[in-house]
Design a binder for this molecule. Structure first.
Ligand SMILES: [Zn+2]
Length: 509
C-alpha cells in the first residue's frame, strides 16, 4: 500500500456551509490560491448546482488555480452532475464528486427510496460522471450509520461503475476511533475492487473526534482524508486539516506516512480563512491557536529557554509562525514598508500599496510599534476588499452615561463628501443609522464582535460584524481595524455595506 496520504480540502464547500459564513467569488479564489500554495491535493471548490454564485466560484477556481485537482460536488441526478462538470471541466485535473445517502434513516425520511433504488442511482450517477472525466469520487452519505452489508453493496457497485475514489463519511460525527478503524478494515476486506481505488474518509467533529477518527481510518488503510482549514464546516465542523497533517508529520515514527503539504504555509492559510470567513480561531486551538506555542508557567518558560524541545513537540516555524515581531514604526519609510510586505508574502499593486501605506502612517501616529500582525491586518482588512462605493472621511461621536449617543459621519463617494448625523441606543447603533441615512439602505446589525490583534493598551482592535438588509436573509460580513473601536465599527459597517452594493451590482460575485 502506498505511504502517501492525499489531502482533500473542503474548506470552500463544507467549510463554507458553516453557519453565518458566505464567501464571494473573489474571496473563494483567494483561499483556493492559498490552498494550492499549501499543497493540498484536491480542492473541493463548491456545490455548483446550489446557486449561480457557487457555480461561478467553482468555474473560476477551476480555470485559474493550476496544478491541483479541482472537485465539484453533485448529487447522483444528471442535472447536478452535468452542472458540476460544466464548472470543473477547465481544471488541470477535474474531479466530479457525487454522493447519495446509504443509511436507513436517510433512505426512509429524506430520500424516500428503497435500497435497490439507491444502488441504481449511485451507479447511474457514477457512470454519468465517468462519461465526462476519469476522476470520479463517490460518497456514501451517512456511511458510518449505514448497514455495513448494504454499504459494501453500494460501494462495490460504484467501483464497478467507474469510481476512482470511494469516500466513507462519518457525516454526523457519530463514530469513535476504534469503531471507525474496524469499519474501514471491514470495507477494505469486503468490497470487491477496493484495492484499485483510493479509500477516503470525511469526518465531522460533533463529539470532538473528527481528527482522531480520520487518523484511525488512515491507520486502517484510508489514503485520502477530507477536512477543512481550522476545522470549519457544518455544525461542529470537519476534521481540521492542519491537525491531521501535523499529527502525521510530528508522529511519523508511528504513522510512517507522507502528505504533499508545505507545512510552512499552514499558519498563513489558517489566518486567511479565519479573516475571510469571519470565524475566529479559539486561542487554545491545536497547531494554529494564538496560545498553541505560548508558555505561561515559569517552569515551562525556563525549560523552553534552555532547550525548546522540553515543552515543544513542534517547532512554530514548521507551521509558518514567524518570530520577528517588532518591525516598523512612525519613522519607517515607504521602502521599508514595502519590503516587509514582500517578506510577508504580499504582492500589492501600486494603488493598493499607496492605500496600505496611508493606513500604516495613520496607524503609526497612534501606535508606537507596528508588528507583522498589524501589517497583515491592514492588508487583509483594508486593502483586499471589494471596490468601495463609500469611504470613511471622518467620524464624530458624542456618548456617555447621561446623553443620547449621537454620531456624525462623513463619507466620500468619489469626489463627493456626504454628511449625516443620527441618534441611537448606543454609539455603534448611532453610527450605523447615520451611515444608512447617507447610503439610503436600511440594514440590521446581525452580529458584532471585537478582537485585539496585538497586545498592549494601544492595541489595534478588529471589529467583525454581519449585516443584512431589512426583510432579507443574505448576510454580509464587514471588517474594520483601528485603535479606536468605534472607528473600527464604522469601518467594518461601511465595508459590509460596500460588499452588499458591489454584490447587487455584480450578481455573479
Ligand atoms: Zn461534511
Amino acid at each position: 500500500m502506498s505511504n502517501r496520504v492525499y489531502i482533500f480540502d473542503t474548506t470552500l464547500r463544507d467549510g463554507e456551509q458553516s453557519p453565518g459564513v458566505s464567501l464571494n467569488v473573489k474571496e473563494k479564489l483567494e483561499i483556493a490560491r492559498q490552498l494550492a500554495r499549501l499543497g493540498v491535493d484536491i480542492i473541493e471548490a463548491g456545490f455548483p448546482i446550489t446557486s449561480p454564485g457557487d457555480f461561478e466560484a467553482v468555474k473560476t477556481i477551476a480555470r485559474e488555480v493550476r496544478g491541483v485537482t479541482v472537485a465539484g460536488l453533485a448529487r447522483t441526478n444528471f442535472t447536478d452532475i452535468d452542472k458540476a462538470w460544466e464548472a470543473v471541466r477547465h481544471a488541470d485535473q477535474p474531479r466530479i464528486h457525487t454522493f447519495i445517502a446509504t443509511s436507513d434513516i436517510h433512505l426512509k425520511h429524506k430520500l424516500r427510496l428503497s435500497r435497490d433504488q439507491v444502488v441504481e442511482a449511485a451507479v447511474a450517477g457514477v457512470k454519468r460522471a465517468k462519461s465526462y472525466t476519469r476522476d470520479v469520487e463517490f460518497s456514501a452519505e451517512d456511511a458510518s450509520r449505514s448497514d455495513p452489508d448494504f454499504l459494501c453493496r453500494v460501494l462495490e457497485a460504484a467501483i464497478e461503475a467507474g469510481a476512482t475514489t470511494i469516500n466513507v463519511p462519518d457525516t454526523v460525527g457519530y463514530a469513535t476511533p476504534d469503531e471507525f478503524a474496524e469499519f474501514i478494515k471491514y470495507i477494505m476486506n469486503r468490497v470487491k475492487g477496493i484495492e484499485k481505488v483510493v479509500l477516503s474518509v470525511h469526518c465531522h467533529d460533533d463529539l470532538g473526534m473528527a481528527v482522531a477518527n480520520s487518523l484511525a481510518a488512515i491507520l486502517a488503510g484510508a489514503r485520502q482524508v477530507e477536512g477543512a482549514i481550522n476545522g470549519i464546516g457544518e455544525r461542529a465542523g470537519n476534521a481540521s486539516i492542519e491537525e491531521i497533517v501535523m499529527a502525521l508529520y510530528t508522529r511519523r515514527d508511528r504513522y510512517g506516512l507522507e502528505t504533499g503539504i508545505n507545512t510552512e504555509e499552514i499558519y498563513r492559510t489558517s489566518k486567511l480563512v479565519s479573516k475571510l470567513t469571519g470565524m475566529d480561531i479559539q486561542p487554545n486551538k491545536a497547531v494554529v491557536g494564538k496560545n498553541a506555542f505560548a508558555h505561561e508557567s515559569g517552569i515551562h518558560q525556563d525549560g523552553v529557554l534552555k532547550e525548546r524541545t522540553t515543552y515543544e513537540i513542534m517547532n512554530p516555524t514548521m507551521v509558518g509562525i514567524a518570530h520577528s515581531n517588532l518591525v516598523l514604526g512612525k519613522h519607517s519609510g515607504r521602502h521599508a514598508f514595502r519590503s516587509r510586505l514582500v517578506e510577508l508574502g504580499y504582492s500589492l499593486s501600486e494603488d493598493e500599496l499607496n492605500k496600505a501605506f496611508a493606513r500604516f502612517k495613520d496607524l503609526a501616529d497612534r501606535k508606537k510599534e507596528i508588528t507583522d500582525q498589524d501589517l497583515e491586518a491592514i492588508v487583509e482588512n483594508e486593502i483586499r476588499k471589494v471596490p468601495a462605493t463609500y469611504e470613511l472621511s471622518y467620524l464624530h461621536i458624542s456618548s456617555g452615561t447621561t446623553v443620547v449617543p449621537t454620531a456624525t459621519v462623513g463619507l466620500t463617494r468619489g469626489e463627493e463628501l456626504l454628511e449625516e448625523a443620527a441618534c441611537g441606543n448606543g454609539p455603534v447603533d448611532a453610527i450605523c443609522k447615520a451611515v444608512d441615512k447617507i447610503t439610503g439602505y436600511s440594514c440590521r446589525l446581525v452580529s458584532w464582535g471585537i478582537n485585539a490583534i496585538t497586545g498592549g493598551k494601544d492595541a489595534l482592535g478588529e471589529v467583525t460584524l454581519r449585516i443584512a438588509e431589512n426583510n432579507k436573509e443574505r448576510l454580509y460580513m464587514g471588517r474594520g481595524i483601528s485603535t479606536d473601536i468605534l472607528e473600527a465599527s464604522a469601518r467594518a459597517y461601511i465595508n459590509a455595506v460596500n460588499k452588499m452594493i458591489y454584490e447587487q451590482k455584480n450578481p455573479d460575485m
